[in-house]
Design a protein around this ligand. Structure first.
Ligand code: PPS
Length: 592
């Protein structure tokens, strides 16, 4: 049976090349210098300014140093940057779609000029490389975003990164490397282009089709890659990105264990896994060209380009950032120049009657198909529901379940906010003992007063200090949540933006529930159990929340409780019921 991927592939009979594909630009770049030069650079670095590389820059530097970004020999100069942004080409005309930039702060930029040298260091301070500076300039980041990503929508993760996280100055220049960044995980699977090429040469792999992925591979992906390899009569390189992917993606540890678990599903010795420490930009069409260049440098002759390749999906209004096949179109335009053959594929769907996967355009009309979206998969994991065998393999489902337990086994933070005397601590204490009585998970109470005696003992009540206090509580709660415990927090937390920062930190790690203890000020003041309101009214205590300092009512509370006429027992019970409603505690106890 002949499988059809695209007319161009099914018609052509591709000859087996007698040597590996040429790197992009003709030469595989290796920027690591010899020992003597390394010693020379280390000694001279005493007088140079240093830059501590960001997470993204560490990824970019690694791929520059090991030749994945051939023909680049450093971070883009201003001229190259401008032509890359405007026309996807370096100054010399070589196709290059993505800016690879060294962004620095204003103070570091001020210490540099053309001709200076900058030492690049990893987070521990180890010098990995130097940049011989050609240009230092302040780029127009919104213009770059628009040119590279084809939109100015700040919800695009590549644009959000540029506008919110990138530093405001760029430094361009040639790089000399002393050593590659160190990785302690999956060492045997991390391969430089020289290593994949050497391995392909040794194994006699001349035609290699690369599969780029940032997701776990389920049956659809395995079927698709098997078909792609069979159709092109090529070996398969599963080449997952383990650097930076889209925020919220499954972590690379889980994914790599899952890739390792399915490698035996391919015909023996025909497929391999290699990990790529790329920082993705989610740039859709341009990024697809970039992926092709990177795979070419690793010795791959073909690249699978799927639906919405390297795209970030849709914005919050449901509008897709790119058309589903925009990436395929752009790669097709440049395929001849790239020298990498695209293996395009449509979305694969499961055809129940045949118990098989088919590209959606090959499914006969009226036939029932099944698919599970990423969101549905996350929901199934969270609720502990079955992951059907037609969708994934038991070994992949097992790995996902290990790191994505159902909600009843995930950590959760219950964050109370409200005025002094509103009843936060009392409800929090009642909740603590009720959860301990249920059992199953460790429970920690971070009460406002108690935290101020230890974690935040040196802090006062200025906005700055209050925010710091809440961020500290949030950090501790995030660690507890990440490790499967329950954190109950009960500070006043009067400011909205810092509460939101905590939510953003904690939510991806488990549950986060904001409870507004909305007891009115008059009631709190009337109770005045600690006599603080009287002192605040008398001006003895300054900056007192509700009296002489603001309290910003939350608009994003998951639960609102007014203790004017609610007992602590009732209030704690309402929280437990809400946790149960969300699945964080089950009817039989927290550990079931
Ligand atoms: S904050 O704003 O969230 O950092 O405050 P928090 O850490 O919860 O600390 C509030 C407790 O400190 C006592 N206290 C004050 N509260 C508000 N404003 C001022 N100026 C102040 N000075 C001291 C007070 O006992 C608070 O405890 P609770 O349990 O809320 O009454």
């Amino acid at each position: 049976m002949v499988m059809r991927f695209s007319p161009s592939i099914s018609k052509e009979c591709v000859a087996v090349p007698d040597s590996l594909i040429e790197p992009h630009g003709g030469e595989l770049i290796d920027l690591i210098v010899g020992t003597d030069r390394g010693d020379e650079l280390r000694a001279a670095s005493r007088d140079w300014p240093s830059w501590d590389l960001t997470e993204r820059q560490l990824c970019d530097l690694e791929l520059l140093l090991n030749g994945s970004f051939s023909p680049l020999r450093g971070f883009l100069s201003r001229d190259d940057y401008e032509t890359v942004c405007s026309g996807m080409r370096l100054g010399d005309g070589t196709l290059w779609p993505m800016p690879v930039m060294l962004d620095v702060t204003a103070d570091v930029a001020e210490s540099l000029s053309a001709g200076s040298t900058l030492a690049l260091r990893d987070p521990e301070g180890v010098m990995l490389a130097v940049v011989h500076v050609d240009d230092v300039w302040q780029p127009d980041l919104p213009a770059e975003a628009e040119a590279v990503f084809g939109t100015s929508n700040p919800e695009h993760p590549g644009i959000a990164f540029l506008l919110e996280q990138a530093n405001p100055h760029y430094v361009g220049g040639r790089v000399e490397g002393l050593q590659l960044p160190v990785h302690y995980d999956f060492r045997l699977l991390r391969k430089t282009p020289a290593e994949t090429r050497a391995e392909f040469a040794r194994l006699g792999w001349r035609k290699v089709v690369a599969f780029q992925t940032r997701n776990p591979m389920h049956r659809a992906h395995v079927e698709l890659t098997r078909r792609a390899a069979a159709e092109t009569e090529a070996n398969l390189l599963i080449h997952p990105v383990v650097g930076m992917t889209k925020p919220g993606d499954v972590d690379h540890y889980t994914r790599v264990r899952a890739y390792e678990a399915i490698i035996d599903r391919y015909p023996h010795n025909t497929a391999q896994i290699a990990l790529l420490n790329l920082a993705m930009r989610m740039g859709g069409p341009r990024e697809a060209i970039w992926h092709a260049i990177i795979r070419k440098n690793h010795g791959c002759t073909h690249l699978i380009v799927g639906r919405d390749h390297a795209g970030p999906g849709s914005d919050s209004q449901g509008n897709p950032f790119y058309g589903p096949y925009d990436a395929q179109e752009l790669v097709t335009e440049h395929e001849a120049e790239l020298g990498v053959t695209m293996v395009p594929f449509k979305m694969m769907v499961y055809v129940e009657d045949r118990d098989a996967y088919l590209p959606i355009d090959e499914v006969p009309k009226g036939v029932r198909t099944l698919s599970i979206s990423g969101t549905e998969l996350r929901d199934r994991l969270a609720s502990g529901k079955e992951i059907p065998g037609w969708f994934s393999y038991p070994e992949v489902a097992r790995e996902l379940r290990r790191t994505h337990p159902p909600r009843a086994k995930q950590g959760v933070t219950v964050f109370f906010t409200g005025l002094s005397g509103s009843g936060k601590s009392t409800i929090a204490n009642a909740l603590l003992v009720k959860l301990l009585e249920m059992g199953g998970r460790p429970v920690t109470l971070l009460d406002g007063d108690v935290v101020r005696k230890n974690l935040s003992s040196e802090l006062g009540f200025s906005k700055e200090h209050r925010d710091l206090n809440i961020l500290r509580i949030g950090y501790v709660a995030s660690e507890i949540t990440k490790n499967g415990g329950i954190a109950i927090c009960a500070p006043i937390a009067p400011y909205d933006s810092v509460r939101k920062q905590n939510r953003a930190l904690i939510e991806p790690l488990g549950g986060y529930i904001l409870v507004h203890v909305a007891t009115p000020l008059e009631v709190c003041e009337q109770r005045d159990r600690k006599g603080l309101y009287a002192k605040a009214r008398a001006g003895i205590i300054k900056e007192f929340t509700g009296i002489s300092d603001p309290y910003e009512e939350p608009e994003d509370a998951d639960l609102v409780i007014d203790t004017t006429s609610t007992s602590p027992d009732e209030a704690a019970n309402a929280v437990i019921l809400h946790l149960e409603h969300l699945g964080y505690v089950t009817g039989n106890g927290a550990d079931s």
